[in-house]
Design a protein around this ligand. Structure first.
Ligand code: CU
Length: 495
C-alpha cells in the first residue's frame, strides 16, 4: 500500500506504536475513544457536526537562537477537552509560534521521531539552498537536520511546514505547521496593534469522525481536488471563539489548509483594512469587505471592533463562492466554496482605544517588468491521478529551469486543468502583473510581495521576479498539498 493512502487504522497503529510519543504525552489512549466534550457554549451549533465553540489557543512566542524542534506522534487537545492523535513539533498544535527579527540568526535543530522522513521549509523566507527545506534534504526517523542562517527578510507573516516529498500533505494536515513572524524596525515604527491586540491565526479545515477527531484518509476524488473537511480549526482548535474588547485588532492570518480556499468576511459586513500579505506590509492600506485566501497565502489585517458593545458577537467567516473543479471529499457534501464559520469574536468589555489606522505604509521595492531579460511559461495540468507542471511530474534529480541570479524575468502560470492551483515559488517573492481568463483581474489582496498566487481554472497569471538572495536549487510548486505530493512541483536552479 502506498504511504499516501494510509488508512486511519494504519495511522492509529503508527501513532500508538510509534516509539516516539511526544514528551508529556498522556499515556491514555487518544480521545477518539471518548465522547466529544463540546458543550460549554450557549452559541448555536455551528452546523458542521461539532457541538459548541471552544476558546482559540494563542501560543506563546518561541525564539530561534538555539531551538530544537522534535517531530513526533503525540496527542493534541483540539477544544472542549477532546484529545486527538496528531503529528507534532515539540508536542504542540499548531507547531510553536516562532518570532525572529530581521538580521537575526536562526539556529534550529530538527529532530525526526516520526515514522516517515521529515524536512521543514520556512515558507516565504529566502534562506540559502541547504536551509530551504528542499525534499532531497529530508532526514529519516531518529536523524537530525541543522538549520543555521541569518534572516534577511523584511517583517512579515511567514510560516513553516513539512516539505517531505509524497508526505507534505499528510504531515502538514496532522500538525507539522506553524507561524513564523519576522519583525523589523520599519514595522515597529508604525505602532500597529500589539500584545493581546495582535492575533496570530492559522486557519485550517479538517474532516472528523463521529467523536470529532480529525483523520486523513485521502482517496480518488480527494486526490484530485485536494483533501477538504467541513470543520474549521483556528490554531489547532475546532470551531474556535475569541473574547475581545471594543478595540482595534491586528490579525495575522495564514490559510494553512491542504486544499481549502477561504473567502474571508465579517458577519456584520463591516470591512477589514488589509495592511500586508505574503511578503510583509503593502505600500498602502486598503479597505476590503472580502478577501480570498488560497492555501499558504497570508493576510495581515486590521479588524476594527470599536463600534461594537459588550455581548455583541461577530463571526469571521468564509463566504460561499462558486468554483469549477471544487468537488469535495464526497460527492454532494463539503464543496470548495461552501460557507464556513471560522472564528467567532465575542465582545467581553468596553475599552477606550484611540489607535490610528495608518494612512500610509513604507514603500516596497518591486521588480520592474520593463527590465525583464526573458519570459518563461509554466503550464499546470491535472489528468487521471496526476498533476504536472509543463507536462512532467516532479523528479527530485531533474533540473526543470535554470534561471540567472539577479536578473528580472516575467513568468506566466497557465492553468489548463479543472482545479484551482495556488502556485508557490521558493527563494524570492514576485509581483503579480496580470490575470487573464477566469476572474480576469489582479485583486487588491494580491498587490505587494507575493510568494503564492491562486490560479483558477482557465486563468493565466503573469508575475515579475528577480532572485537576489541566493544561488541554488529551489522549488516552484502547487500549494494544494495533495497536488504537490502527486507531482505538481518543479526544480528551479538559480545560478
Ligand atoms: Cu494544484
Amino acid at each position: 500500500m502506498s504511504p499516501r493512502y494510509f488508512t486511519r487504522r494504519r495511522f492509529l497503529k503508527d501513532v500508538l506504536s510509534g516509539g516516539g510519543l511526544a514528551l508529556g504525552t498522556p499515556l491514555a489512549l487518544p480521545g477518539l475513544l471518548t465522547a466529544c466534550g463540546g458543550s460549554g457554549s450557549p452559541a448555536a451549533p455551528p452546523g458542521n457536526g461539532v457541538d459548541g465553540r471552544f476558546p482559540l489557543r494563542l501560543p506563546d512566542v518561541t525564539g530561534v537562537e538555539a531551538l530544537q524542534l522534535t517531530g513526533a506522534p503525540g496527542i493534541a487537545e483540539i477544544g472542549g477537552g477532546l484529545e486527538a492523535p496528531a503529528w507534532l513539533l515539540n508536542g504542540v498544535l499548531p507547531s510553536p509560534r516562532l518570532e525572529v527579527r530581521k538580521g537575526e540568526r536562526m539556529r534550529v535543530t530538527l529532530r525526526n521521531e516520526l515514522p516517515q522522513d521529515l524536512i521543514l521549509h520556512w515558507h516565504g523566507l529566502a534562506p540559502p539552498e541547504a536551509m530551504d527545506g528542499h525534499p532531497r534534504f529530508a532526514v529519516g526517523t531518529g536523524e537530525t537536520y541543522e538549520y543555521d542562517f541569518t534572516v534577511e527578510d523584511r517583517a512579515g507573516t511567514y510560516w513553516y511546514h513539512s516539505h517531505t516529498h509524497m508526505h507534505t500533505a499528510e504531515q502538514t494536515y496532522r500538525g507539522i505547521a506553524g507561524l513564523l513572524l519576522v519583525r523589523d524596525d520599519e514595522e515597529d515604527a508604525l505602532g500597529l496593534p500589539s500584545g493581546a491586540r495582535e492575533i496570530p491565526l492559522i486557519l485550517q479545515d479538517r474532516r472528523v469522525d463521529a467523536a470529532g477527531v480529525p483523520f486523513y484518509e485521502p482517496f480518488g476524488p480527494a486526490m484530485m481536488a485536494g483533501y477538504m473537511g467541513p470543520v474549521p480549526f483556528g490554531n489547532g482548535v475546532r470551531n474556535p471563539y475569541l473574547e475581545v474588547d471594543t478595540a482595534l485588532y491586528r490579525f495575522r492570518i495564514l490559510n494553512g489548509s491542504n486544499a481549502r480556499i477561504f473567502r474571508l468576511g465579517r458577519s456584520d459586513s463591516r470591512p477589514f483594512v488589509l495592511i500586508g500579505n505574503d511578503g510583509g506590509l503593502l505600500d498602502a492600506p486598503v479597505e476590503l469587505s472580502t478577501i480570498d485566501m488560497a492555501p499558504a497565502e497570508r493576510v495581515d489585517i486590521l479588524v476594527d471592533l470599536r463600534e461594537l458593545r459588550p455581548g455583541d458577537r461577530v463571526m469571521l467567516r468564509s463566504l460561499s463562492f462558486q468554483m469549477q473543479g471544487g468537488m469535495g471529499f464526497m460527492a454532494g457534501q463539503n464543496l470548495q466554496g461552501d460557507p464556513m464559520d471560522l472564528l467567532e469574536l465575542r465582545v467581553r468589555s468596553e475599552v477606550a482605544d484611540a489607535s490610528v489606522i495608518p494612512a500610509a505604509l513604507p514603500p516596497i521595492i518591486e521588480p520592474d517588468p520593463a527590465e525583464a531579460a526573458r519570459e518563461r511559461e509554466f503550464r499546470f495540468t491535472s489528468q487521471m491521478m496526476n498533476h504536472f507542471i509543463n507536462g512532467r511530474p516532479f523528479d527530485m534529480d531533474r533540473i526543470d529551469e535554470t534561471v540567472p541570479f539577479d536578473e528580472t524575468e516575467v513568468w506566466s502560470f497557465v492553468n489548463e486543468s479543472n482545479f484551482p492551483h495556488p502556485v508557490h515559488l521558493h527563494a524570492t517573492h514576485f509581483r503579480v502583473l496580470s490575470r487573464t481568463g477566469g476572474r480576469g483581474e489582479v485583486f487588491a489582496w494580491e498587490r505587494g510581495r507575493k510568494d503564492t498566487v491562486l490560479l483558477n481554472p482557465g486563468e493565466t497569471v503573469r508575475v515579475a521576479l528577480r532572485f537576489t538572495a541566493h544561488r541554488g536549487l529551489f522549488l516552484l510548486h502547487c500549494h494544494n498539498l495533495e497536488h504537490e505530493d502527486m507531482g505538481m512541483m518543479a526544480n528551479i536552479l538559480v545560478e
